[in-house]
Write a protein that binds this ligand. Structure first.
Ligand code: 13P
Length: 253
């Protein structure tokens, strides 16, 4: 059975005090209110990781993620953070290839393949983001475009390694715009990705790969999106900054 996951990508938001307040609120609501078996992942900025981890503690089903990593293990890369460093502060996941990283920091599929390898070599689970721009969607070849992202960054992996990957489909036109993909649009892409993974790795692995949806996912649309047979949860931006909204999304399965 593939895992249901809701991950909160805080992006470049929250001071340390704000981030710890948000974490405490989420952790206590998760304990008090969440009855399903969803995995909750918080992805704060790097400098918050250690303290957020302390607050999460051993809260059932709560995990810590970074928003990025460098593919090198160590060395003269001023300002960068390596995978062993993330592991050393207790991170379990890392978001890779977010469209904002691709757009503003020129990350490409080949570099992301190296980041994926670094994570897997150190036991960190990549949440690998993919997704098309509005222009690509309107051009009609959006499924092929997103499949190509997966192929170039992930299909070099062995079956064993691929089975550790979480995928997040985030159409760029839906991120932060309030214009969410319809459940039909999300299901269409998720089913296509699962089919493409099945062609490469077989049905067993494809069936067990969690594919999350991201892009203006909110409490009022999460249930409809999560009800799609190939949508296994969400990668949440704006709504992950409000504890009530985020936990309501977690409760939407
Ligand atoms: P929003 O939920 O703010 O649209 O952001 C989605 C996202 O980019 C999560 O990684």
């Amino acid at each position: 059975m593939r895992k249901k996951i809701v991950a909160g990508n805080w992006k470049m938001n929250n001071t340390i005090d704000e981030g710890l307040q948000l974490t405490s609120e989420i952790a206590s609501m998760v304990v008090d209110e969440v009855a399903n078996d969803a995995i909750v992942v918080l992805a704060p900025p790097y400098i918050h990781l250690t303290k957020v981890k302390q607050l999460i503690g051993t809260t059932k089903n709560m995990y810590l993620s970074a928003q990025n990593c460098n593919e090198q293990a160590s060395g003269a890369y001023t300002g960068e953070i390596s995978v062993p460093m993330l592991v050393s502060v207790g991170a379990e996941y890392v978001i890779l290839g977010h469209s904002e990283r691709r757009e503003y920091f020129n990350e490409n599929n080949k570099q992301l393949a190296a980041k994926v390898d670094a994570c897997l070599a150190n036991g960190l689970t990549p949440i690998f983001c993919c997704g098309e721009s509005l222009e690509t969607r309107e051009g009609g070849d959006f499924i092929a475009f997103v499949c190509q992202q997966i192929k170039e960054s992930l299909f070099h992996l062995s079956k064993e390694d691929f089975s550790k990957i979480v995928i997040a489909y985030e159409p760029i036109w839906a991120i932060g715009t309030g214009m969410t993909a319809s459940s039909d649009q999300a299901q269409e892409m998720h089913a296509a990705l699962r089919g493409y993974i099945a062609e490469q790795y077989g049905n067993d692995i494809a069936d067990n790969t969690s594919i999350l949806y991201g892009g203006s996912c909110k409490p009022d649309n999460a249930a409809e999106l999560f009800a799609c047979s190939d949508v296994d949860g969400g990668l949440i931006g704006g709504a992950s900054l409000k504890s009530r909204d985020f936990v309501d999304i977690v409760k939407s399965f």
